[in-house]
Design a binder for this molecule. Structure first.
Ligand code: GLN
Length: 276
């Protein structure tokens, strides 16, 4: 038998072409098996590893580019840990910016009521529910698996009373009588023919692709949000959609439109206030 330290070193080699943090990833996989944290690992580095066979299986799976978050069923977002599951989009760090921007404006509204379109794992709604005391949220998705997962995340974080999950394609199942202060969405916005990186190919296409051009769903969300007289619309978008979306949005009665960039300095989303 080898020590944890030796095993980590050996298996890191198998992931060197898959990730720029092979050792870290092997440690994460190992810890997900022994259900311990990194402090435990440091204390036990020189002990005999008793789970090499299991680790081997997980490393082999990861070596096919299968996302580590699907293997461990967890992902971090906004400093919190969320359940994730195969068949539902993995949270991305850039979406934290959308949460931050939404939080800033929602804090200025009394008992805000919002709708999230395409809630996926529920990260945006759950985070906003954690950040804003008196918020109430309707979170919709077309994917049953996503809705189940999002519910589990709301329960995990103790905010299930603030969020109603509904199976709906955009606003289809939401009555026109429901009034909202904001719509927030990180919808599928990638063009159908875009060549994805290998790890992303394991994620559900209905969470990634937005149509021929990519921004078709965004256009629908903008139109329907305008028709419902919702004041704010905050969305994530593709890096090349600022120009076409500016043109599209300018058909409406706009009070303010701002675009924001992600950490890589790519255009990544917009915040929009309609004239009421
Ligand atoms: N709202 C979820 C997220 O931001 C899901 C988005 C999606 O599936 N397109 O991760």
């Amino acid at each position: 038998m080898a020590t944890y330290k030796e095993v980590i070193k050996t298996y890191s080699r198998q992931l060197k072409d898959i990730t720029h943090i092979p050792q870290k990833e092997v440690e994460i996989l190992l810890l997900s098996i022994v259900k311990q944290n990194v402090i435990w690992l440091h204390i036990n580095y020189n002990e005999q590893c008793t789970c090499e066979a299991e680790l081997n299986k997980l490393v082999e799976k990861r070596a096919t580019h299968y996302p580590i978050e699907y293997i461990t069923s967890r992902a971090s977002f906004y400093g919190e840990v969320f359940n994730v599951q195969d068949g539902v989009l993995i949270p991305r760090p850039e979406t934290e910016i959308l949460v931050e921007k939404a939080e800033a404006i929602l804090k200025t509204i009394d008992s805000p009521k919002i709708i999230e379109i395409g809630t996926g794992s529920g990260i945006i709604s759950v985070m906003l529910a954690l950040l804003i005391d008196d918020i109430s949220i309707i979170a919709v998705d077309i994917n049953d698996k996503a809705l189940e997962l999002a519910k589990s995340n709301a329960i995990k974080h103790g905010v299930e009373d603030k969020i109603t999950f509904i199976k709906s394609d955009l606003y289809n199942e939401i009555s026109n009588d429901e009034k909202f202060d904001m719509c927030v969405s990180n919808p599928p916005y990638i063009a159908d023919n875009f060549k994805l990186e290998r790890n992303v190919m394991y994620e559900p296409s209905n969470a990634l692709f937005g149509g021929n051009r990519g921004d078709e769903l965004l256009e629908n969300i903008i139109t329907q949000t305008a028709n419902r007289n919702i004041k704010y619309l905050y969305c994530e978008m593709g890096y090349d959609q600022k120009k076409p979306l500016t043109k599209f949005i300018n058909q409406f009665n706009i009070k303010e439109l701002e675009f924001y960039e992600d950490l890589a300095k790519l255009d990544r989303g917009f915040t929009l206030e309609f004239k009421q």
